[in-house]
Write a protein that binds this ligand. Sequence first.
Ligand SMILES: *Cc1c(COP(=O)(O)O)cnc(C)c1O
Length: 226
Amino acid sequence: MTEAPESSVVARLVAVREAVARSAVDAERDPATVTLVAVSKTFDAPDIVPVLEASQRVFGENRVQESKDKWPGLRETYPDVELHLIGPLQSNKVREALQIFDVIETVDRESLAAELAKEMPKTDRRPALYVQVNTGEEEQKAGIAPAEADAFIRRCREVHGLAITGLMCIPPADEPPSPHFALLSKIAARNGIAVLSMGMSADFEEAIQLGATHVRVGSAIFGVRG
Ligand SMILES: *Cc1c(COP(=O)(O)O)cnc(C)c1O
């Protein structure tokens, strides 16, 4: 007997939720302190609906245009969705991003901070802002270098008036992730930042051990991306 595709996505969601809760308990943390961000990038609305029906409400997307195509329709039925931008944000997309996202996890450069500061007063939208740190100092990856993070966070706050409430990182694919999670946690602590977005399908358990408050899980829920 073959399972309907939506029941398998729900089965995977339930398994991920259980693994998240188990990791929190193992780390002597309250499971309620870890938020599962379901990364729905590349999946269309019909694939996302079963996950919404299973009461998942926090989602991550990496593109502004794709999110604009998908989420306004879904939000008519599920208005309490919380949408996180987890991909790079171009300055010329800031205005659109402010309209659709509740959290922007990828503040990574001065020009973007300046554009956010310029556009936010023109709207009533105040998404939470996280700074992305390039913990592996990878050339091809977005994010502020670890050595520049303190100064950048201070400038976001003091020069641009932005409330930075979180940090996000994507460790290098070919290295053990834990040292990167530990580094992000250290930078957050010394900057008075409580939110840590770290850990994906392959490593969210380690991230929770090291204090992740948000884990961004895509393929372990939705399956392999096409
Ligand atoms: C795609 C993506 C994820 C999810 O990755 P999976 O390995 O599918 O869980 C998490 N974070 C970011 C920034 C991503 O782009």
